[in-house]
Design a protein around this ligand. Structure first.
Ligand code: AMP
Length: 537
C-alpha cells in the first residue's frame, strides 16, 4: 500500500471525524483531504514530480500533516528536517538529499535561516506557512499581535511563496505513478560524526509499520482515539505513532508545536487524549509535576514510550499515577521505526522492550563475528528482518553494505532474547564502557540510579582513565528540593553494582543535554570529558 492510499481509505470511511486539533481549530478528514489535494496540486505546479525531494522544516502544526501527505500524493519524497538545525546543518542536509523545495513556517527563528540557505543551495522554492492562519480566529489574531516580533515577513527573493497562495490553485492533483516499493521519506539519523545519513523509507515500509503498530496496540476501534502529538513529527517515532497510525485509525491528532510541561498538562486536561506517545524524560517530568500538584490525566488509555530506555521506576510510578498502560517500543529510524513493543494485555517483563512486531524476525549475532547467529539467551548485536527495514541509506552504498547483512539490519544495539522471544536490550555497542578489559553497561548503572528517590535523570558514560583505559562516570539531575550528594549516590549504588562498575565520579547538574526529541544525549558529555582529559586537542 502507498501512504496516500492510507489517507484515502480514512477519508472515505470517516470524512466527518476530527483529523487535526490545533489549539481548538479543527480539521475533519474531509477538510484535511481537501487541503492535501490543494497543496499537492500546488507542489506539482512548482515542478514536483515522482522522486522530487521536498523538505519539511516545520514544528508540529497542521501544515506538518497537510504537506507530508501532499508531497507524497504529488509523487515526491519527504525529507524530514529538524527546524532547529543551524544554517550549516541545513545546507549539508539540502546538498546531501538534493532537496529542491522547502516547506517552512513564518517564524523568525526558522524562516530567515531557511531562506538564507535556500539562496546559496539548489533549493528552487520556499513555501512559507502562516502560523497565525493555522490557529482559531481569535487566537490567530492575538498571536499576530502579541507575537509580532517572533514573525518573519516574506522575503521578496523570487523564491519564497506563501502556502496560502500555493494552495489557492484549484485543479485536482495530477495522477502519478508511485509504487509501494518507491522511496517515500528520507529520515536523517546517526549524526554523531560528520554529516548525518538518510534512511530511505519506502511507502511499503511505512504502511507496513503502521499496520504492525496498530496490531500491537490491540486493534483499537477506528475513529475512537485522540492522539497527543507533542513529540516532533519530523522525528520517525512521532511520524509513525502520531501521524501515520493516527490517520490510518481515523484518530484526532492533537498537535503541540513545542514541549512545555505546563502547556502540555493543560492540553491533556482540555483535549483529553486517549493515546500519548512520548519519551522517558517527558513521562518522568509529568510524574514529578504531579507529585507537587494534581494533574488531570484520566483520559489517557495508552502511553507509548520509545526512542530511549524507559527506567522501570518511571514506568511504575507513571502507571500508578494515571492507571493507564505504559507500553514501551523499540525502534530506529532505519526500521520506520517500530521493531518490538510490550503490547497491552500481554505479559509484561521488567526490563524488556517486548516481543517483535508481526512479521519481524530478530536475530542476535556475535558482535565480533556478525556472520554467526547466537543461541537464545546469549548477548549479541540485535539484527532485524521485516517489512519495515529501510531500503538503504540514500546515496551511501558503503554505509548501507556495512549495516545490511544478508537482508538483516545490524542495529548497533546489544541485546538478548529470552525463551519466550522477549527482547532485552543491554546497551548500544558504542556506549559500552571497557574498563580494564571488563565490559560495563551504562544502562545497568543508570537503572540503579533511578531507584534512588532523589534522582530525576541519570546518564553514565565512559571517561578516559589512566589505569583502566576507561572508567564510568555518572551525571545526575535531582528532583526539585532533593538533597542527595554525590557521596550519598555512590553509597546507594554500592548495593546494586560491583566495585568494578562503581562510577569513578558522580556529578550533579541542574540539567543534562537532550536530543531534539528529548532523549538524554551522551555525545556532548563524552566530548566535554575528552577535552578535559586532553586539553590540547
Ligand atoms: P535513532 O538513531 O534516533 O533512530 O535511535 C535509535 C536508537 O535508539 C536505537 O538503536 C536504540 O539504541 C535506541 N532506542 C530506541 N528505542 C529504545 C528503547 N525502547 N529502549 C532502549 N533504547 C532504545
Amino acid at each position: 500500500m502507498t501512504v496516500p492510499a492510507l489517507l484515502a481509505a480514512t477519508v472515505r470511511d470517516f470524512p466527518r471525524s476530527r483529523a487535526i486539533n490545533f489549539f481548538g481549530r479543527v480539521w475533519t478528514y474531509a477538510e484535511l483531504d481537501r487541503d492535501v489535494a490543494r497543496a499537492a496540486r500546488g507542489l506539482q505546479d512548482l515542478g514536483v514530480k515522482p522522486g522530487t525531494r521536498v523538505g519539511l522544516c516545520l514544528p508540529n502544526t497542521p501544515y506538518s500533516v497537510i504537506f507530508f501527505f501532499a508531497v507524497l500524493r504529488a509523487g515526491g519524497i519527504v525529507v524530514n528536517v529538524n527546524p532547529l538545525y543551524v544554517e550549516r546543518e541545513l545546507a549539508n542536509l539540502i546538498a546531501d538529499s538534493g532537496t529542491e523545495i522547502m516547506v517552512t513556517v513564518d517564524l523568525r527563528q526558522i524562516y530567515p535561516k531557511v531562506a538564507a540557505v535556500a539562496a546559496r543551495t539548489g533549493v528552487r522554492h520556499v513555501v512559507v506557512c502562516s502560523m497565525s492562519a493555522a490557529l482559531p480566529g481569535a487566537k490567530g489574531l492575538a498571536f499576530r499581535l502579541a507575537k509580532r516580533a517572533e514573525l518573519a515577513p516574506l522575503a521578496k527573493d523570487g523564491r519564497s511563496i506563501t502556502a496560502a497562495v500555493l494552495m489557492r490553485r484549484t485543479g485536482a492533483p495530477m495522477p502519478v505513478d508511485v509504487a509501494p516499493g518507491d522511496v517515500a521519506v528520507l529520515q536523517y539519523t546517526g549524526g554523531t560524526t560528520g554529516i548525518p545519513k538518510a534512511a530511505m523509507l519506502s511507502h511499503a515500509n511505512i504502511t507496513s509499520n503502521a499496520a504492525q503498530t496498530i496490531q500491537g496496540l490491540g486493534s483499537r476501534a477506528y475513529g475512537h482515539d485522540r492522539i497527543l502529538g507533542v513529540l516532533p513529527l519530523f522525528h520517525v517515532f512521532a511520524m509513525m505513532s502520531v501521524m501515520v497510525v493516527g490517520v490510518q485509525t481515523a484518530a484526532e491528532l492533537i498537535l503541540l508545536p513545542r514541549y512545555d510541561l505546563d502547556q502540555l498538562l493543560g492540553v491533556i486536561a482540555r483535549a483529553r487524549p486517549t493515546i500519548f506517545p512520548a519519551v522517558p524524560t517527558i513521562y518522568s517530568a509529568i510524574v514529578d509535576a504531579a507529585a507537587r500538584r494534581p494533574a488531570s490525566l484520566g483520559s489517557i488509555e495508552i502511553c507509548a514510550s520509545g526512542g530511549a530506555p524507559l527506567p522501570m521506576e518511571v514506568r511504575t510510578r507513571f502507571m500508578a499515577l494515571t492507571g493507564c498502560w505504559l507500553m514501551e517500543g523499540y525502534g530506529l529510524s532505519e526500521t520506520s521505526p517500530c521493531v518490538s513493543m510490550t503490547p497491552p494485555g500481554r505479559t509484561y517483563k521488567d526490563g524488556s522492550v517486548g516481543i517483535p512486531m508481526d512479521g519481524t524476525t530478530i536475530e542476535i549475532r556475535d558482535v565480533a563475528d556478525p556472520g554467526r547467529i547466537l543461541p537464545q539467551g546469549e548477548r549479541g548485536e540485535v539484527c532485524i528482518r521485516g517489512p519495515q527495514v529501510m531500503l538503504g541509506y540514500w546515496n551511501r552504498p558503503a554505509e548501507t553494505a556495512q549495516v545490511m547483512l544478508d537482508g538483516a539490519l545490524r542495529t548497533g544495539d546489544v541485546g538478548y532474547l529470552d525463551a519466550e522471544g522477549y527482547l532485552f536490550l543491554v546497551d548500544r555497542i558504542k556506549d559500552v564502557i571497557i574498563a580494564g578489559g571488563y565490559n560495563i553497561y551504562p544502562r545497568v548503572l543508570e537503572e540503579a540510579l533511578y531507584q534512588h528517590p532523589d534522582v530525576r535523570d541519570a546518564v553514565v558514560i565512559g571517561v578516559p582513565d589512566k589505569y583502566r583505559g576507561q572508567a564510568p562516570k555518572a551525571f545526575v539531575v535531582l528532583k526539585d528540593n532533593a538533597t542527595a550528594t554525590p557521596e550519598d549516590l555512590r553509597a546507594f549504588l554500592s548495593d546494586y553494582v560491583s566495585k568494578i562498575e562503581m562510577p569513578r565520579e558522580v556529578e550533579i547538574r541542574s540539567e543534562l543535554p537532550k536530543t531534539l526529541i528529548g532523549k538524554l544525549s551522551k555525545k556532548e558529555l563524552v566530548a566535554e570529558e575528552a577535552a578535559k582529559a586532553d586539553p590540547v586537542s
